[in-house]
Design a protein around this ligand. Structure first.
Ligand code: FES
Length: 346
């Protein structure tokens, strides 16, 4: 089992600008304190080393234009129930420094000419912003951007979205306010009141082969996924990223490490479950969940360390380059697959 050199992608960043987008959302423009910044793909996030107790890395989606190489913009909602990362970032000011790792993540806009559906809830808008900037270089490409918020007070990035819409004739932009009013409709702050549901999706979306990107809170994504499935959108065409630690089944990586065959068994020692490994599962975390277990997780991308689990016997390998090795004897379930029979302390 190997990990990438942990410090190879280390970045020294400086806050260039702090922008209050709404009462709860602050954007930080970050630039390199020295040297050049690596590029990022639309939808990727930035792992930050904030030095918070019990948390080595915190990840935030980059919301800026991937074509802008002068820096990264992070747009962060203050989360009362979070682990302190959002409060820390909200407290930063221009000139403050942040240690980070190179951008990463598999929730990225695929290069294609196919119609795109961006379906976002709340602060889940952040990857869609980066994706819209990228899509603005294909202005005729059909794009539907459907964004749900609770109220007008939560709306952000209006001027930026107006500017994007002005140069994207293929873009249909619809904002839905759960607690909006007739005045919001008249003022053009939203085009629909209530929740996004099957009936609205059916009315708005012409039949097409949509490449769909879902991003938002857990309940929102579950409801959207079910509604889209009921409209006949193949599940394989939906990519999703959760905000707030919700389950986010990611597609199996294209170059995943060769896993063990179905003859290997995985034993969860504390749960008393032993099952043949299923090669269709992307990771031991997915496999454990498929057996009804609920291991801790957050990023599902080998970054946060929350899925660390003691390996009692057997060999595993990683399908991701790790930023940090877990403690001796532990593996990160979210990006591990077995190489033979394995026993886990779960
Ligand atoms: S869930 Fe974050 S490292 Fe596995």
């Amino acid at each position: 089992m190997t990990a990438s050199p942990a410090r190879a992608g280390a970045l020294d960043l400086e806050v260039a600008e702090r922008i209050e987008e709404s009462a709860a959302v602050v954007s930080l423009r970050l630039r390199a304190a020295a040297g050049e910044l690596p590029p990022f793909l639309p939808g990727q996030h930035l792992p930050l080393r904030l030095g918070l107790p019990g948390r080595k890395l915190a990840t935030y989606t980059i919301s800026s234009d991937p074509g802008d190489r002068s820096g990264y913009r992070l747009s962060v909602k203050l989360e009362a129930a979070g682990l302190g990362g959002s409060a820390h970032l909200h407290g930063l000011k221009p000139g403050d420094r942040i240690a980070a790792e190179a951008p990463r993540g598999r929730f990225v806009l695929e290069e294609s000419d196919r119609p795109v559906l961006l379906l976002t809830g709340g602060i889940g808008i952040t990857p869609a912003l980066a994706m819209l900037h990228a899509l603005s270089r294909q202005p005729e490409r059909p794009v539907v951007f459907l964004h749900a918020c609770r109220s007008r007070e939560e709306l952000c990035f209006g001027d930026e979205l107006d500017a994007l819409a002005a140069r994207m004739p293929g873009l249909t932009r619809i904002t839905v306010l759960a607690e909006g009013s007739a005045e919001d409709l008249q003022a053009g702050r939203c085009q629909h009141l209530g929740l996004i549901d099957r009936a609205l999706l059916r009315r708005l979306l012409p039949l097409d082969a949509w490449q769909t990107y879902l991003c938002g809170p857990e309940g929102f994504m579950a409801a959207m996924r079910a509604a889209l499935a009921s409209l006949g959108l193949p599940d394989a065409e939906i990519r999703q990223e959760s905000f707030g630690g919700a389950p986010a089944p990611a597609p199996a990586p294209a170059a995943a490490a060769a896993p063990a065959t179905g003859t290997a068994t995985v034993r969860f020692a504390r749960s008393g479950i032993e099952m043949p490994w299923d090669p269709a599962q992307a990771s031991l975390l997915d496999f454990a969940e498929a057996q009804g277990l609920s291991p801790d997780f957050s990023c599902r991308a080998g970054i946060c360390g929350s899925c660390a689990c003691r390996k009692l016997e057997g060999e595993t390998e990683y399908s991701e380059d790790l930023l940090e090795e877990p403690a001796e004897g532990e593996i990160l379930l979210c990006c591990s697959v077995p190489r033979g029979p394995v026993v886990l302390d779960l």
